[in-house]
Design a protein around this ligand. Sequence first.
Ligand code: AG3
Length: 285
Amino acid sequence: MKRKVRIGGSGEFTEMWYATGMGVAFEPVTRVHREHSRFQKIEVYKTKTHGYLAVFDGQVMLTSAFNHLYHEMMVHTVLSPNAKDMLSVLVIGGGDCGAMREVLKYRNVRTAHQVEIDDRVTPVCEKFFPELCAPVISDWRATLVAEDGIKWVRHKDRREMYDVIIVDSTEPEGMAKGLFGTSFYRNCMQVLKRDGMLVTQTGSPLFSLKHIRQVSGNMLKAGFKDVATITFPQPDYPSGYWSATIAAKLSSIARQIDGAFVPETKYYNAEVHAAAFAVPQFMRE
Ligand code: AG3
C-alpha cells in the first residue's frame, strides 16, 4: 500500500496511508536521531506526550507510550498458555527488544534468540528505549544476533529447536516480504518442535484483510494445523487497530487461558486473551 511521510514545519510527524485516506500523526515532535542503515532509514523523534517515537522508512514502529499494546499481545497470547518447562523462543525482527522483554518475563523460557537483520536497530533503541532493551541485554537467557531471519530458519542445524517463533517484522514489503510466504513458513515448521507455535504481525484488520487471509492460507499450506487471527487496539499504527496471526504445528491454539500464568502486564490478561480471539463480523468468511 502506498504511504508517504510528511514532516510539517510545525514539528509534526505524519505517516499517511494514502490508499485508505487516513494516517497517524504526532505533534509536536523534534527529531533526535536520523541515519541510513544498510537496510532502511532509521529516525527517532521526541514527542511531547508519548515519549520517543521510532520510525523506519517513514513507518511508525513504536512509541514509548503505547508499544506495550502490540508487544504484550504478540507474545503473551502464545506464551501464557504454554506451561511447559525449558521453553526455547525465537524472535525474528523485533530489534527494539520490546517483544523479547515480554518473552523473558516467563521463568520457563530457558533460551531466547532475537534475530534482527539490521544491526543498527538495537543500538539506536538502546539509547531511546532503555526500558525495553536493558532488561533484555542483561538477561543471560537472551542472545541477540544481527542476521536475516529468513536464512536463520533455513539452517539444518536448527531443526526442532524452538517452541515458539515470534515474527515482529515491518510491513510485508521489501526485505520483510519473504517473512509472510509459504516457503518461510515451511522452514519455520522445520525449526519448530512438534507442538511448536508461530505468531506474526498481520497489519490492520480494517485495511489488510486480504493480506491476513493470504498469510493464514500460507500457514496452512506450509502444514500448520490450526490458524487464528487476534485483534487489538494500537493507536501508534494507521487505523489504530492491529492484528497478529497465530499458527500451531500440532495442537489447537488456546483461545482461553483461565488459570494460566500471566506475568505483570499493562494491557494483557485472561479476559483480554479470550476477547482478542473473537472474530468480528466483517472478518468472518
Ligand atoms: N513492527 C511493525 C509493525 C508495522 C507498523 N506499520 C506501520 N506503521 N505502517 C513493529 C516493531 C515493534 N517491535
